[in-house]
Design a protein around this ligand. Structure first.
Ligand SMILES: *[C@@H]1O[C@H](CO)[C@@H](O)[C@H](O)[C@H]1NC(C)=O
Ligand SMILES: *[C@@H]1O[C@H](CO)[C@@H](O)[C@H](O)[C@H]1NC(C)=O
Ligand SMILES: *[C@@H]1O[C@H](CO)[C@@H](O)[C@H](O)[C@H]1NC(C)=O
Ligand SMILES: *[C@@H]1O[C@H](CO)[C@@H](O)[C@H](O)[C@H]1NC(C)=O
Ligand SMILES: *[C@@H]1O[C@H](CO)[C@@H](O)[C@H](O)[C@H]1NC(C)=O
Length: 948
């Protein structure tokens, strides 16, 4: 529930341009994906490792460690040096490096076999060792060159510091035992993506997968854990307070999956109830003793997830044990998914739900067992991991648990992102994240179009082929192709690689246009780039083509269970399909959002759909995600300028009867986006009335109070409809908000704290009295430094962003710009400017204010070009009508030459407003006529509605 509400809050707040960055709750931008950005110093492939023996001795209280590594290596080419990764923080004593040759090179070995003289180990003399400056490399120069096939063991002793304030590399942290007040230290590791080199010299690239044999020295009272089970323990002879634990040799693994924990944590094991169980793994959770009861129940979730993943992969969990740690103060953005030893934040194991736990467990196969050859393939890995997590979570929970209404929420977000003029604003991390989301949706598309069986068997084929090895992205698509050929679910001429590539390699999505020819029962399908933000002048758009599956639903043979495409558009711009139903029966292409693309139809087919959806029996025959899609596509296509607005608005008529929250989801975004776009015109008032008529019956039916045992979806629907009704001036809500606010005004010391819940503040500042708004302003001015500053920020944002009265806006501008009394910083002023772009009364007032006080403001911002630019941007660039265009143009002419650094800003603004004004000219009359008609028909509802 928390997540859904947060998304909604973010949405609502965005509509006020109060964009709270709720990083911890939004889908965190995955670091694995971000790793494909790392530019690492690659090792030459002259010598390669066969195995490691690593001995470590951490000193948790002192914050240091010592260690020794033996690496068994083979010469692949003739060379006189060995190059390893090592971080500059690592201290290597040069006298403690040795190289011993165990096996001769290929030729000698051949000769020795002939003469049957066995090879004896010889030490190779080292000329010198070098830590390469500014590179994470350690090079051992040998006295002579060795040839291909030579085998040596390198042995190196080293020491280093444990990290204190991060959860990366080998780090330490502590917690306080609440009963004794004692501070307890522990040591843990997280080496992803390339931090093993900070702890020991090694071949620190994912592709070098070899067995590790570890030993760890720990204090007698502590426990050491690594990837593998314990083999034996010995007291150190020189100091019996210490114990050396020896662990079993691991299967081949990459350095980044190595894991270590030394702690005094307590553990709870999963008790198997069924002895015949085929899951032969020791599962334990470790945590500080006083937290143990909070994570007790997670053992069962881990067990169930592991079992269902094992079934999914058709391969047993690859290690004999799995330890999951609820680590105090863990600071990573994601859990540390070491193989067999996963570090979670404490809350992640005590939470409800199992999505997050499953997500980490997937990486035990995909990443640890089969590993991307290099980080550039990690994004596919990551997308597949998320898909599998959802797949298995849905299975375990019987379809009850999903993540963010999967896949709708993420689908909508990429529809918005990829249809922008500049997708992801050229921010690399967002690009990575939306790219990975798209790839996840490609897996979903393949599941539907090739069938679940083909996809799952294809992935099983892939993992069994690549286990204990590495892979490239293409290996996954290749395995699915082979399976699809085997199952005859894909034509022989098609490969999944081609299909996937057409989706993954571009930062765009297509839109499919379906134009029916009702006379001969055929239809033309054509694809082009989906662009929503104007202007649509994206270069080279004619070159972009996709492989698009055409899954077709027809009214005369309504069947949503068959998701096999009737055709594939093979990167063809246009195709014909035939044999469609009669002219009075609709068709739906791409139901259930099987492929991540919107679909537009001819007006007649849209009208058939709108009619059908208003018929109660009919509506329920169309699954809710498809209803949502039809509605979402319609208004977005109209918003983009590709569909008549009246046709799109007809698609909202069925909402009168609709009570499923998934179908309502796209409506709230619609109210927000369209409302904001038209809020400077007369049509806006009518639009708000339409919103009230739409939402009031829904809200009243849901009831003000939550019902016992109601679903999350219903609760969210109630809170969304309430928030939007409030914004549209719904009286009961505003009275409730004012009552809460007035209690604050009555308190003796209002600056001590704010007892009003955030949802009430905006309606009060928007619809409330002067006194209430002024009270809010005083609270910002008097805000005590000792209180949380984000509360002040929230007040300031709402004070500026919510009102429609221009005097309020002018007052706050006067105080912040001209009364330099130290109560407001430049940052506050930026914030106010950007808040004012959220609604037309805001930016229009700002514009008029600028024009009126031009000279004085120019003087005040003389030495603040950034503020000046931001003022010009906020006051000129968001107008959307001809009237706005005229205003900005006349200011531009009037003050020509005086804009200084903001000259280019206003020129760009003029260009954009021209586009928007054209849109308004085309669409506002259509919207108005539709609304007039609607309001006429719903006169009765309108009159009895409780609005200000
Ligand atoms: C080094 O590794 C190779 C290949 O795994 C193995 O045959 C050889 O016995 C190992 N040498 C030593 C000294 O462990
Ligand atoms: C960690 O903290 C200790 C004591 O607070 C300090 O002496 C040490 O230098 C720190 N180590 C690192 C790696 O920051
Ligand atoms: C497993 O069994 C042991 C001993 O019977 C018990 O102490 C422990 O609490 C059980 N664990 C769980 C998670 O039920
Ligand atoms: C664990 O599960 C039991 C039984 O389902 C429940 O009563 C208990 O409250 C749960 N404990 C926690 C910490 O969630
Ligand atoms: C996979 O496709 C099948 C239909 O082939 C569908 O029933 C199932 O829900 C889909 N699963 C996911 C996770 O998309």
């Amino acid at each position: 529930m928390a997540i859904r509400i947060l998304i909604l809050t973010v949405l609502v707040l965005q509509s006020l341009q109060i964009i709270e960055v709720q990083c911890s709750h939004k889908r965190s931008i995955d670091l694995i994906a971000a790793h494909s950005l790392i530019s690492d110093t690659r090792l030459p492939r002259e010598v390669t490792p066969n195995s490691y023996i690593l001995d470590l001795h951490p000193y948790p209280e002192e914050g240091s460690f010592t260690g020794r590594i033996k690496i068994n290596i083979t010469w692949q080419e003739t060379t006189d040096r060995v190059t390893l990764h090592a971080h500059e923080d690592l201290v290597i004593n040069h006298s403690e490096v040795s190289v011993t040759q165990y096996a001769p090179d290929d030729e000698t070995s051949f000769r020795e076999k002939e003469s049957s003289t066995p090879h004896t180990p010889v030490e190779i003399k080292i000329l010198r060792n070098e830590m390469v400056p500014k590179k994470p490399l350690f090079i051992i120069y040998l006295e002579k060159s060795l040839n291909r096939g030579t085998q040596c063991e390198i042995e190196i002793s080293f020491s280093g510091k444990l990290y204190n304030d991060t959860s990366e590399g080998l780090f330490r942290s502590n917690y306080v035992n609440p009963s004794t007040g004692e501070r307890k230290w522990f040591v843990a590791s997280h080496f992803r993506p390339n931090l093993a080199r900070r702890v020991f010299p090694c071949f620190d690239e994912p592709a070098y997968k070899v067995p590790f044999t570890l030993s760890i020295v720990r204090c007698k009272t502590m426990t050491a854990l690594t990837n593998m089970p314990l083999l034996k323990s010995e007291e150190l002879t020189k100091d019996p307070r210490w114990i050396r634990d020896y662990f079993q040799e691991s299967p081949p693994m990459s350095t980044f999956t190595l894991g270590i924990l030394v702690s005094d944590f307590a553990s709870v094991a999963y008790n198997k109830t069924d002895d015949k169980d085929d899951l032969d793994v020791d599962i334990k959770i470790w945590t500080r003793p006083d937290f143990l009861s909070a994570v007790q129940n997670a053992t069962e979730k881990i067990y169930k997830s592991l079992k269902s993943l094992q079934e999914f992969w058709g391969l047993p969990y690859p290690l004999p044990k799995l330890d999951c740690i609820a680590l105090p103060n863990y600071q990573g953005t994601r859990p540390a998914d070491n193989w067999g030893l996963i570090l979670f934040k404490e809350s992640e194991l005590s939470n409800k739900g199992s999505w997050q736990i499953s997500h980490e467990l997937v990486y035990q196969w995909l990443g640890s067992l089969a590993t991307p050859f290099w980080w550039s393939d990690a994004h596919i890995n990551n997308a597949l991991a998320r898909y599998i997590t959802t797949y298995t979570t849905l299975k375990i929970s019987d379809g009850k648990e999903t993540f963010h209404n999967w896949p709708m929420t993420m689908l909508y977000s990429i529809y918005y992102e990829f249809s922008k003029r500049y997708p992801h604003g050229k921010v690399m991390a967002i690009k990575q994240d939306s790219g990975s989301t798209k790839t996840e949706l490609v897996f979903r598309m393949l599941n539907y179009t090739l069938g679940e069986k083909t996809l799952v068997h294809g992935l099983q084929r892939f993992i069994s082929d690549r286990q204990f090895k590495t892979f490239f992205g293409d290996d996954i698509w290749g395995a699915i192709t082979e399976q699809a050929r085997f199952d005859s679910t894909l034509e022989d001429t098609i490969t999944v690689n081609e299909i996937a590539a057409s989706w993954i390699t571009k930062d765009r999505l297509p839109v499919l246009n379906v134009t029916r020819n009702y006379g001969d029962k055929t239809s033309t399908l054509s694809q082009r780039v989906y662009l929503r933000e104007r202007p649509h002048d994206v270069p080279d758009q004619d070159k972009l083509l996709w492989w698009i599956p055409v899954v077709l639903i027809r009214e005369d043979k309504l069947n949503f269970t068959n998701s096999t495409p009737v055709a594939w558009m093979k990167r063809q711009r246009e195709i014909q399909i035939t044999g469609l139903p009669d002219a009075d029966k609709f068709i739906i292409v791409n139901p259930e959002e099987i492929g991540p693309f919107p679909v537009n139809y001819d007006t007649n087919n849209w009208n058939l759909l709108a009619e059908y959806l208003q018929n109660n029996d009919g509506r329920l025959k169309i699954p809710v995600n498809t209803r949502a899609k039809l509605l979402h596509d319609a208004w977005n296509l109209a918003y983009a300028g590709d569909l008549n607005f009246a046709t799109a608005l007809n698609m909202t008529l069925f909402l009168r009867y609709e009570r499923e929250h998934l179908a309502w989801d796209p409506v709230f975004t619609m109210i927000d986006h369209i409302g904001r776009h038209i809020d400077s015109s007369n049509v806006h008032k009518k639009f708000l009335t339409y919103v009230r008529i739409l939402l009031t019956p829904l809200y009243e039916e849901l009831g003000e109070e939550p019902q016992e045992g109601e679903s999350e979806g219903r609760a969210n629907l109630r809170s969304s409809s309430k928030v939007f009704l409030c914004q549209a001036g719904y009286k009961p809500c505003i009275e409730e908000a004012q009552a809460a606010f007035d209690k604050w005004m009555d308190t003796e010391n209002p600056d001590e704290g704010n007892p009003v819940s955030n949802q009430y503040i905006c309606p009060v500042f928007k619809w409330g009295s002067q006194e209430e708004w002024e009270f809010g302003l005083q609270r910002v001015i008097n805000f005590p430094a000792s209180r949380k500053q984000n509360e002040r920020t929230y007040l300031l944002k709402t004070l500026a962003g919510c009102p429609v009265d221009s005097w309020k806006i002018e007052k706050i501008l006067n105080i912040t710009i001209f009364e330099q009394n130290g109560n407001f910083t430049d940052n506050d002023i930026y914030l106010i400017f950007s808040m004012l772009t959220g609604g037309s009364s805001g930016y229009t007032t700002l514009f008029n204010y600028l024009r009126k006080n031009w000279d004085a403001i120019k003087k005040a911002f003389e030495n603040k070009p950034q503020l000046w630019n931001s003022l010009i941007t906020s006051s000129t660039s968001v107008f959307k009508t001809q009237e706005g265009l005229d205003m900005v143009q006349s200011l531009y002419l009037e003050k020509q030459g005086q804009f200084g650094t903001a000259e280019f800003v206003i020129e760009k603004a003029l260009k954009n407003i021209k586009e928007e004004a054209k849109w308004s000219n085309d669409n506002l009359p259509v919207i108005e006529a539709w609304l007039d008609n609607y309001l006429q028909k719903n006169k009765a509802e309108n009159e009895k509605s409780k609005f200000l």
